[in-house]
Design a protein around this ligand. Structure first.
Ligand code: ATP
Length: 874
C-alpha cells in the first residue's frame, strides 16, 4: 500500500511522508524483531502466542482497505500541505466552525456533549444529517472530512491497536497497517474512509442521495428538527435555525434523532465492543463530563455479545475445557476465501441484555443446542462422529459427558523406559521395539508363505494351500506309532491358518475313537495347542488321520530348540547354553497349567516330550500333539490315572533333560540330578526328583497306607501346591509382560490414529471438484476452486506444506518426524495454538489456529464422505 500511495503521487505532503516513514519503520521493526507475519527465510514457522497476531490479523493481506484516491484528491488535499489554509471555496459559518472543531476539538467547547460527539463524528458519518450550508459545498466538506481522517491517523502514537474502554472511535482503517480490521468497526470506518475519498472525486451519482441532495430539494431549515436536540447550545444562544419543537416526536414515541446520544446516561457502550479488541480511544469530541462518567459494566463481565458464526462451517466437535464457561466469541470469524461480512451491530439495549441472557443459559444461546435438562443424549466422546456433535461446543454437565483427551500425545503407560536424554532417543521410540516388530513381521510372513510348485494335495477337506512344516522328509514310526507330518493350511471356511497333523497310514476302525476329539476341543488353555477337528481321508493317496490344531508361526519344538545343536553339530554339553532357573520354573508352571486343564477334563496329554512341546515365543511353551494317541491307541488305551501319572513323570524327564542339557538324561536319573544340583537350587532338583520318581502303582506293589498316600499325592494339584510361589512369580512376570505389550500397543494406537488422519488428509487435499452423480462427468478432474488461492480450503494446502515440506534457510528439505507427528497431533486435537502458514511464492501469509485448520479439514472430509455416499460408494 505504501508503494501504491507513492505511485499515485500522494506522498508529497510532509505529514503524509512522515506517517508513511513511520509505518515503514514499524513494519520493518516487526520483521526484524521476529514478530512479523512475513518471515523471509522459511516458508512457515510457529509463533509464540504472545507475539502472534491476533485472530483477526490473519486476514491482513486480503482485507487491507485500499486507497484509490482520484487526481482531485491528490491535488486538493495531499498536495496542499498540512498547514495550508482551507480550499478556496466559499465556506459558510457552519463549515468553518465544523472544520475548526475537527482541527482543534477542545478549543471550541461545546456545551452539549452529544453535540460534541456529533461534531467529531461528522468526519466519519457520511449519512449524518447535513448542517446548514453543507448542501452548498459537498465536495469541500468531503475534502475536509478526508483530510481530518488523515490528520487523525498520523496522530496515532502506534500502529498497534490499543485497548479501549470507552466509545469506539472509528479508526482510520485505511492507514492502519498494524490493525486494519478491528472487527466491524474498523471495517466500517475504513469503508467510510474509502467512500469519503471517492466522494471527493465528484461522482455523486454513486452515493446515497441523502448525503448529496441538492439544495433546492431540501426542506426549509425551519421544518428540519435540530439534530442537537432540545439542549442545543446554538438554540439557547438564539442562533440555531433548525426546528426545536420535539414534542410531536416524543408524543409519537419516536425518540429523538437517529444519531443523538445521551451522554447523561452512565456511559456509552457501543453495541459491538469485542472483548480484548484493540482500538484507539477517542481523543477528541468527548467532553470532560462524558469522559468522567462512570463506565457501564454489564453483568457477566466483558459485555460480550454472542454472535453466530457467519460462515457456514460446522464448529468442530472437540471439547475445549477453556471455553466451558466462556461467552461466545463476539467477532465474526474470518474464513479465507469468503468475503468478510462485518457483524451486524445491535442496538445498545440488545447488546446489554444478550450477555445476561446468555449467561443465564449460555447453551440455549447457541444455535442448535438443546438444554441440559436431562434430555441431552449421552455422547460417546471417542466415537468419531463429527456431524453428530458438531454443533455442541459447550458442555456444562461434565458428569454426564466424559470428554476425551484433548491432546493426542504419546501417553506413557506401562513400564517405565530408561532415562534417556533427548538426543539419545530415536525415531523408533515412537513405534514398537524393533525386536518385537521383526518378530511379528516374521510370523506374519511365515503365516502367508506358500509354495507354487508344491506336490501336496490342492485341498484337504476344507483346507487349501498346504505347506509342510517338517524339516525332514524322511520319517519312520514316531511318537504315535505311525509316521506323522505337520502342514500349515488355510481354512476355506474362515480364512484362518491352521496346523494339520497327518498320521500316515492310519485306518480308523472305531468311530468312537475319532469322537474323542470332542473332549479335546472343549479344553482351552494358554499352554496347550488348541485342537479343533479330526477326520480321516485319502487326500495323500493313503488312509490318513488329520488332526486340526492352532498354527503357531515360527514355532520350534523343545527338541529343536534345546537339543538340536548337540545332535547336529556334536557340540558338547558344556557348549550348550544353560537355561536360567527362572525359565525352568516357568516351563514347569506352563506345562503344569496345561496338564491341570487336561487332567481335570479326565484326559491325559501323553505328549509331554521334547518333540511335542512347542516354543512359540521367548519362554512361551505350548503342549502339542494332544488327542492323537487317544484316537490312534483307542483300542489299547491305559487307565487315565496311569496316563496322568506318566504325564507328570514325562514333565520331570523333560525338565531334567533341559536342565542337564541332555535329551536322554532321564536314562541315568541320579547322575542327571547331580548335574542339576551343580547348576541349580536344591528346590529345583527336589522338584525334578519328585516328578521323575512316581510312587509305584498299586499293581506293582502291595498296597499299604503309606503307598496309598504317596499315590494319591502324586498328581498335578500336589505339584502346583508345592510350587505355588513359583506359580505366583510366573503370573507376576506375565502381568509385567502384558503391561509392556500394552504400552507398545498405546504407541501403535496413536500411530494408527495418525494413519487414519493422514489417509483423510490425502483424500481431501487438492481433490478435484466433488460432484453429485449427475454432474460427475462434467466436474471430474476439474480442480476445485476451493483449493485455489482464494478458495476456502487454500490454507489446508499451506498446512500440508507446513507439515511435510519444511525447508531450512537454504531451501533444503527438513526431514523431522517429530515436527510432522507433533503437527498432526495438534491438528487432530484441534488446539488453539496458532500456526503461521505461508504460500510457496511467499506472497501470502495466514495465521490460523489448529482448531480452524481442523474445522476446515473436517468440513472438507464431510463433503467428500457425503458425495461418496450420494454416489453409492463407501
Ligand atoms: N501347531 C503347530 N504350529 C506350528 N508349527 C508346528 C505345530 N506343530 C508342529 N509344528 C512344527 O512342525 C514341525 C514338525 O513337528 P513334529 O511334531 O512332527 O515334530 P517331529 O520332530 O517331526 O516329531 P516326530 O518325530 O514325532 O514326527 C516342527 O518343526 C514343529 O515346530
Amino acid at each position: 500500500m505504501l508503494n501504491e500511495l507513492e505511485a499515485n503521487g500522494i506522498m508529497q505532503d510532509p505529514e503524509s511522508t512522515k506517517f508513511l516513514t513511520k509505518a515503514r519503520w514499524s513494519r520493518k521493526s516487526l520483521i526484524t524483531s521476529g514478530t512479523s507475519c512475513y518471515p523471509t527465510s522459511t516458508r512457515s514457522c510457529s509463533l509464540p502466542d504472545s507475539i502472534t497476531p491476533k485472530r483477526e490479523d490473519w486476514k491482513l493481506p486480503s482485507t487491507l482497505p485500499r486507497i484509490r484516491p482520484s487526481k482531485r484528491v491528490e491535488s486538493s488535499i495531499f498536495n496542499s500541505g498540512a498547514s495550508s489554509p482551507a480550499p478556496e471555496v466559499p465556506v459558510k459559518r457552519e463549515d468553518a466552525s465544523w472544520f475548526d472543531a475537527i482541527r482543534k476539538p477542545n478549543q471550541e467547547e461545546p456545551s452539549n456533549p452529544s453535540e460534541d460527539y456529533q461534531t467529531s463524528d461528522v468526519a466519519t458519518e457520511s449519512t449524518s444529517q447535513p448542517e446548514v450550508g453543507e448542501q452548498t459545498q459537498p465536495e469541500c466538506r468531503a475534502e475536509l472530512a478526508a483530510k481530518a481522517h488523515f490528520l487523525k491517523a498520523i496522530q496515532r502514537p502506534s500502529i498497534l491497536p490499543q485497548p479501549t474502554t470507552q466509545k469506539q472511535v472509528p479508526p482510520s482503517g485505511c492507514l492502519d497497517f498494524g490493525n486494519p480490521s478491528e472487527t466491524g468497526l474498523a471495517r466500517e470506518s475504513s469503508d467510510d474512509m474509502a467512500a469519503g475519498f471517492q466522494r471527493v472525486s465528484g461522482d455523486a451519482r454513486r452515493y446515497p442521495s441523502s448525503s448529496f441532495t441538492r439544495t433546492e430539494n431540501r426542506p426549509p431549515m425551519g421544518t428540519v428538527l435540530c439534530r442537537n436536540g432540545p439542549q442545543c447550545r446554538k438554540f439557547q444562544e438564539g442562533t440555531c435555525n433548525y426546528n426545536h419543537d420535539f414534542s410531536a416526536l416524543t408524543a409519537n414515541g419516536l425518540n429523538a434523532q437517529k444519531k443523538t446520544l445521551n451522554v447523561e446516561s452512565p456511559a456509552f457502550t457501543p453495541a459491538f465492543t469485542p472483548k480484548g479488541m484493540s482500538a484507539q480511544p477517542a481523543k477528541m469530541g468527548i467532553s470532560p463530563k462524558a469522559a468522567a462518567a462512570a463506565a457501564f459494566t454489564p453483568r457477566g463481565s466483558g459485555s460480550v455479545t454472542p454472535a453466530r458464526n457467519s460462515h457456514s462451517k460446522e464448529p468442530s466437535a472437540e471439547f475445549v475445557p477453556q471455553q466451558v464457561l466462556q461467552a461466545p466469541q463476539q467477532f465474526t470469524e474470518f474464513v479465507p476465501g469468503q468475503s468478510f461480512v462485518p457483524q451486524q451491530q445491535m442496538d445498545v439495549q440488545t447488546s446489554i441484555q444478550t450477555p445476561i441472557n446468555a449467561f443465564n443459559d449460555p447453551f440455549l444461546s447457541q444455535a442448535g443446542i438443546t438444554g441440559l435438562d436431562g434430555t441431552q443424549p449421552q455422547l460417546n466422546p471417542y466415537a468419531h462422529q463429527t456431524s453428530g456433535v458438531g454443533t455442541q461446543q459447550f458442555f456444562q454437565d461434565t458428569s454426564s459427558y466424559k470428554h476425551p483427551l484433548n491432546y493426542h500425545l504419546y501417553a506413557s503407560i506401562g513400564p517405565r523406559r530408561e532415562n534417556l536424554m533427548a538426543y539419545q532417543r530415536s525415531t523408533s521410540d515412537l513405534f514398537i521395539p524393533d525386536s518385537l516388530r521383526e518378530d511379528l513381521q516374521r510370523k506374519a510372513e511365515a503365516t502367508l508363505q506358500t509354495f507354487a510348485n508344491s506336490t501336496l494335495p490342492q485341498s484337504v477337506e476344507y483346507f487349501h494351500s498346504l505347506v509342510a512344516l517338517d524339516t525332514s522328509n524322511q520319517k519312520g514310526p514316531s511318537t504315535f506309532g505311525y509316521p506323522s507330518w505337520v502342514y500349515k493350511a488355510t481354512s476355506s471356511r474362515d480364512g484362518h491358518t491352521y496346523a494339520l497333523r497327518r498320521i500316515e497310514g492310519f485306518r480308523l476302525t472305531n468311530e468312537a475313537a475319532i469322537r474323542t476329539v470332542q473332549s479335546w476341543k472343549r479344553i482351552s488353555n494358554g499352554s496347550l495347542v488348541q485342537v479343533h477337528d479330526a477326520f480321516t481321508g485319502r487326500w495323500f493317496n493313503d488312509s490318513s488321520l488329520i488332526i486340526v490344531t492352532d498354527y503357531h508361526p515360527m514355532a520350534q519344538t523343545v527338541a529343536e530348540k534345546n537339543f538340536a545343536l548337540a545332535r547336529h553339530t556334536g557340540a558338547s554339553r558344556a557348549g550348550q547354553q544353560i537355561v536360567p532357573e527362572n525359565d525352568l520354573w516357568s516351563y514347569i508352571v506352563q506345562i503344569a497349567s496345561a496338564l491341570k486343564s487336561i487332567h481335570e477334563a479326565g484326559l491325559a496329554a501323553q505328549t509331554v516330550i521334547p518333540s511335542k512341546v512347542l516354543v512359540t515365543s521367548k519362554n512361551r511353551l505350548r503342549l502339542g500333539g494332544c488327542g492323537v494317541l487317544d484316537i490312534v491307541q483307542y483300542e489299547q488305551r491305559k487307565p487315565v490315572t496311569e496316563l496322568q501319572r506318566i504325564d507328570l513323570e514325562n514333565l520331570g524327564k523333560l525338565i531334567l533333560g533341559i536342565a542337564a542339557r541332555n535329551q536322554t538324561a532321564h536314562h541315568n536319573v541320579p547322575k542327571a540330578l547331580e548335574l542339576v544340583s551343580r547348576s541349580y537350587t536344591e528346590r529345583l532338583r527336589a522338584c525334578i526328583a519328585w516328578l521323575v520318581a512316581p510312587p509305584p502303582t498299586p499293581a506293582d506293589t502291595q498296597q499299604d497306607d503309606a503307598a496309598t498316600t504317596q499315590i494319591s499325592e502324586y498328581n498335578i494339584n500336589m505339584l502346583l501346591n508345592n510350587i505355588a510361589d513359583k506359580v505366583i512369580a510366573a503370573f507376576d512376570s506375565t502381568l509385567h509382560f502384558e503391561d509392556e505389550l500394552t504400552s507398545h500397543m498405546m504407541r501403535e494406537l496413536e500411530n494408527g490414529r495418525l494413519v487414519r488422519l493422514l489417509t483423510k488428509l490425502n483424500v481431501i487435499l487438492e481433490r478435484p471438484e466433488t460432484s453429485t452423480p449427475t454432474t460427475a462427468a462434467a466436474g471430474n478432474n476439474q480442480p476445485s476452486s476451493a483449493w485455489s488461492e482464494t478458495g476456502e480450503r487454500y490454507y489446508l494446502k499451506l498446512f500440508r506444506d507446513h507439515v511435510f515440506h519444511q525447508v531450512d534457510h537454504e531451501g533444503r528439505p527438513v526431514l523431522d518426524l517429530g515436527h510432522i507427528i507433533t503437527c498432526l497431533n495438534k491438528l487432530d486435537a484441534g488446539i488453539d495454538e496458532k500456526v503461521q502458514l505461508m504460500s510457496r511464492d511467499e506472497q501470502n501469509v495466514f495465521v490460523v489456529t489448529y482448531r480452524e485448520v481442523k474445522r476446515a479439514f473436517e468440513s472438507a472430509w464431510a463433503d467428500v464422505s457425503k458425495a461418496s455416499q450420494a454416489g453409492g460408494r463407501r
